[in-house]
Design a protein around this ligand. Sequence first.
Ligand SMILES: [Zn+2]
Length: 113
Amino acid sequence: MHKQDAISLDQLCPKINNKYWRDSLHKLTKYQCIYCGKPSESIDHIYPKSKGGKSITSNCIPCCLSCNGKKSDSEVLNWYRDQSFYDPRRSMAIRAWINNDLKLASVLLDYIK
Ligand SMILES: [Zn+2]
């Protein structure tokens, strides 16, 4: 596909583009919740939308509905530290994600089995 085509597709089909983007996030965590490892069913805004958090990759993380609901508007790393499923490697992956180092986040998650 030419670059020109991609741009016009973005403009014509923002919803489709949004779906591809969401899928690409889930793929990075292998469709697992970054917090607890259950199937990821939603995208969590790390810095909440209600506080001005943007819908950009470094602020949007795949997680399960349970974690998304429990975390709510809490500061992510503080909240995560208090969870029964806390894992320091996941904490590092979350930090890498926030720093927009998705490759590192994905590698760290690969070590957790
Ligand atoms: Zn979860």
